[in-house]
Design a protein around this ligand. Structure first.
Ligand code: SF4
Length: 324
């Protein structure tokens, strides 16, 4: 029997090439080896979302990108967190055995308090408990994470151990599958590519829009004139060439250092390489976008399959806890 993978992602809408090179490609690659459950964690999003008007649209756009890149609902379960309400029940039950001190020491909680001092809600403190419920509800054993998420997973493991030692072994202790997600910097060349930072390149852009977007990128600041020799090692356009035109990078580096290529031409080459790489994905996305009922059905069926597992686990939990 295949081991079970669980991963959740917030509904951030249209995905960008940072999401594509990191999480989504990895999701697709895991599908053959594992029994994969991929969840759009809309309840988690509520801890920091004050305006939920775009939530449904963001979910649809995100699913379109996931499916276009290659997530296969025939192989994986793909669903929206709130469509399986059992997770909220398990979240409450796990909350009863989780010491508050464990939650208050989580570094991301402290960061969130600084980021949104006007909205320090209960959900922010309980976030790791809900994350644990997400994982153990499906008895997932393998959790793909980047190094920065390891402390969260360690806390989920502690909560799991505590539950198992109090009520008997129900849950497998989730293991981290460390994935070296490339840290894709945004067009500002400084911070991680993100929609929030406004430095992203969406997968779904047209070829023309991609060129326009890439042209806004910052490059080597020392290269003020066309004849100035460049420093590709500090230029994010060069890094992006590494993902999209790896066979050209040596040539580009040499031509940049000797000022034989200008930044505009270099960006044009990158935009063309991105457009070539994303062409089949964009075509699939456009076709899927004409079938809103299919997208809705994928999510409904995913939630139905997830619920079968969730109900069984929750029943076991309640029995062990003496609730039934
Ligand atoms: Fe960067 Fe290319 Fe300009 Fe060199 S030529 S600084 S690699 S954009």
């Amino acid at each position: 029997m295949k081991r079970r993978v669980f991963s959740g992602a917030r509904p951030t809408g249209r995905q960008h090439i940072g999401n594509y090179l990191g999480a989504i490609q990895n999701y697709v690659a895991l599908q053959d080896e594992y029994d994969c459950i991929y969840c759009i964690v809309d309840i988690h999003a509520l801890t920091s979302l004050e305006d939920t008007g775009e939530l449904q649209r963001n979910i649809r756009e995100m699913v379109l990108d996931w499916l276009a890149v290659g997530l296969d609902p025939g192989k994986s379960i793909l669903f929206v967190q709130s469509q399986v309400p059992e997770v909220m029940e398990l979240y409450t039950l796990l909350g009863m055995i989780t010491p508050l001190s464990w939650l208050l020491r989580v570094p991301t909680f402290k960061e969130k308090v600084k980021l949104q001092p006007h909205n320090v809600n209960y959900g922010l403190v309980g976030y790791p408990v809900l994350m644990t419920a997400d994982i153990v509800l499906y008895k997932a054993e393998v959790i793909p994470v980047g190094e920065d998420q390891l402390p969260h997973l360690e806390l989920a493991r502690e909560i799991t151990r505590r539950f198992n030692s109090s009520f008997g072994d129900i849950f497998p202790e989730p293991e981290a599958k460390l994935t070296s997600f490339p840290l894709v910097l945004g067009l500002d060349g400084k911070s991680k590519m993100s929609k929030q930072a406004g430095n992203d390149i969406e997968i779904a852009l047209s070829d023309k829009e991609t060129v326009k977007r890439v042209m806004t990128a910052l490059t080597d600041p020392a290269r003020r004139y066309r004849n100035d020799p460049g420093h590709p090692d500090i230029c994010n356009i060069y890094r992006l060439h590494g993902y999209f035109s790896p066979r050209q990078t040596d040539d580009i580096a040499a031509r940049c250092r000797s000022a034989k290529i200008g930044c505009v031409d270099c960006k044009q080459l990158l935009a063309e390489a991105i457009n070539i790489a994303l062409k089949p994905i964009r075509e699939r996305r456009a076709a899927l976008a004409t079938e809103p009922q299919y997208i809705a059905d994928v999510l409904t069926d995913g939630a139905r399959r997830a619920r079968v597992i969730a109900r069984k686990t929750l029943k076991e939990v309640k029995q062990k806890m003496g609730l039934i």
